[in-house]
Design a protein around this ligand. Sequence first.
Ligand SMILES: [Zn+2]
Length: 233
Amino acid sequence: MRLNWRRSSRVEDRLEKWIAQQHQEQVLAGKTAPVGPHPDEAFLRDIVRKSKQISLSDSRLDHVANCPICLPRFLAFRRENESRRRKLVLVTTAAACLVIIAAIVSLARYRASTQSPAASVALVSETVNLWDAGTLRGEQPGSLQSVFLPAALVRVKIILPRFSTPGKYAVAVTMDQGGNGVVAQSSVAATTNGQQETVSVDLDLRQAKAGAYFLSTTHEQDQASYYYPLQIR
Ligand SMILES: [Zn+2]
């Protein structure tokens, strides 16, 4: 049904077009007699641009349709309008493409700017040997060994004190030995090497000001934190 309707509508379209063409040829050949005076150019332009606003009963329309002078002018305006509209579509499409390209470029730049600094900052490797270190457990005083780290992105390999148990450790840099003012922290499983337990963590100390801090290690099951005086320089 739908196909038949479409086909018949196409046939009607062709027929209408043919009639219009026949009529146009008759007009252009001067075989028709237009009624009334020639309308002005503004009206011819209005038929092209504001066709919906013009009443079909307007006698000027009837004149244009039958006038060998007005009809070619109207057809010229219509062609002009169509090419302008086509150009506008082309310009709009090009502008939209440019906007999309600009968005992609700025997104790529934004990603590059957010990713490259982190990627380009080199990790500074440091080893902290606490094998023979005394610790501060909570507020308990003990024999202390100072640890030095640079204010950088540091990959710290910590050799844990003698008799440390295997497992996961939380490593932190804090302002005091109560665990307050955490500057950086990371959790990692210790690796066993003979009798030694070692943890390797990345600590971002780039924002830290030079001064005295504490390096703490906390076993995930023990939950008691051990604090070692730390100097950042
Ligand atoms: Zn005319």
